[in-house]
Design a protein around this ligand. Sequence first.
Ligand SMILES: NC(=O)c1ccc[n+]([C@@H]2O[C@H](COP(=O)([O-])OP(=O)(O)OC[C@H]3O[C@@H](n4cnc5c(N)ncnc54)[C@H](OP(=O)(O)O)[C@@H]3O)[C@@H](O)[C@H]2O)c1
Length: 247
Amino acid sequence: MSTMSQNNLEGQRALVTGATSGIGRAVAFQLARDGAEVLVHGRDAARGAETVQEITAARGKASFVAADLGDVTDVQRLATDVGDVDILINNAGIALFGATAEFEVSAFDKMFASNVRAPFFLVAAFAPGMAARDHGSIVSVSSMAGGVGLVGGAAYGATKASLEAMTRAWAAEYSASGVRVNAIAPGPVYTPTPSGPDFITALGETTPMHRAAQPEEIAEVVSFLASPRASYITGTTVAADGGRRAI
Ligand SMILES: NC(=O)c1ccc[n+]([C@@H]2O[C@H](COP(=O)([O-])OP(=O)(O)OC[C@H]3O[C@@H](n4cnc5c(N)ncnc54)[C@H](OP(=O)(O)O)[C@@H]3O)[C@@H](O)[C@H]2O)c1
């Protein structure tokens, strides 16, 4: 990793959920490169320490915070422990695909808990403080599955469509108080997702660009939306999906 060069987030604190892996990890690196102090969230303390170590080795500022977002009490405990943040990235989530008729109730509930309930209560915890300070940016990581029908993706797509609906409502609720709220809907991205690399490659083939993305390509867009460079953007979901949602 190249040495951090400070950009336009100097003095800002950012919480990135699910930053121990994949897209969240790349977002944590990018925000730290842009000058933010990054709170790297996850459950796996070893991967959290590794992420923090790589950021600090490149002269970025980072620390690890653990919480299980499937447990709403732990979500609220996380918010209390973290204190005020200027940027919240709701990235943590799980993608479970399966035939509707065979989908387990426990998998459905687990996905809604981490993908929908946790972002809702994190925004409930952090947005009022941002609004009181007249300053803040929230970016949630949705998916193209929230906007296109994928075989086996009914439940997962529903979690992401919910996240996009909440994003619009939060923008209506908080934008007048200086808090911008947006989402990004990535197409397939090479991460250690349970779906596996073959599934990601096959999905990438269905895009007009005939490929999946690298996490850094998503992190670029997230860091833009989080930054003052996106000062007139709120309430929207930006597609970063190789054109898949357009066709
Ligand atoms: N990969 C894709 O193709 C793709 C495409 C579109 C959208 N997305 C979305 O992008 C986001 C990140 O996906 P990814 O592929 O980068 O995932 P990933 O590599 O599997 O990483 C998931 C991250 O979320 C954390 N996490 C998951 N459930 C959690 C829970 N209950 N409590 C706390 N942390 C939890 C994990 O933390 P620990 O491992 O430390 O527990 C990990 O840091 C997700 O919201 C996903 O839906 C992914």
